[in-house]
Design a binder for this molecule. Sequence first.
Ligand code: BJW
Length: 228
Amino acid sequence: MTHILILTGAGISAESGLGTFRDKDGLWTQYDLEEVATPEGFARNPALVHDFYNARRANCLEAQPNAAHAALARLQRAHKGHVTIVTQNVDDLHERAGAKDVIHMHGELQGALCAACDHRWPAPRVMSPDAPCPSCDTPSTRPDIVWFGEMPYRMEDIYTALGDADLFVAIGTSGNVYPAAGFVMEARAMGIATLELNLEPSDTASAFEDARFGPATQVVPAWVEELL
Ligand code: BJW
């Protein structure tokens, strides 16, 4: 096993106290995703969207990486081949656990983006729609997050890594959101081995050749231990 591509979702950060989206009490049971996670919602009410991400940024700053994040960082350091971590999560818990070169395909809470000129800079703790862009001065500041209908980041890098991988592992993701939900089928089509690690079977569970179910803080360290 030389190249392992790992895709993570909200479930890996659940035991760090960050909410998932589609579980009971998940973020989409409390917020209307059309209002807080689409460019149209942001155009209608930027203050509401900033409030949503300011609160999530504050939660993220309080959260600590858990044993699953730590196990993946250890795997990256100790595995003799290459380990690529692609996350749908906008938190920085993989990095704080020591993981390197994490691909954040849905953006990052710690990033600010100018909707007028695409300039990026580190987000302040509290963002506001009136804040001018440090590069072009336009007051069009938005969180550097990929919303529904927008192109996820670094897709070329992800498909290159997938094409080179021997094993694709999805951890703590419901398999509801494309294109990430399609990676398992693409891996299968390329003859790459596939493994799901999740609390319970995801919507794409039947596509995986192998699976282990349980809390991420238990199944991920156990799998890493076995592999190393
Ligand atoms: C645990 C656990 C524990 C709990 N231990 N596990 C077909 C093809 C292509 C696109 C589409 C298509 N059909 C529809 C689309 C469009 C759309 C889409 O997918 N819509 C669906 C709703 C159908 N996709 C898009 O718009 C994307 N862009 C796009 O497609 O561009 C065009 C394109 C085409 C072709 C190729 C390339 C591009 C953009 C999607 C942007 C998603 N944005 C969000 C919000 C922003 C980030 C944020 O605010 O945080 O990203 S939505 C939200 O869902 C967030 C997440 O990253 C994403 C995935 O959620 P995730 O991580 O799976 O969380 P949950 O809650 O769903 O699941 C948690 C899992 O954890 C569960 O399984 C639990 O069991 C488990 N769990 N506790 C282990 N302790």
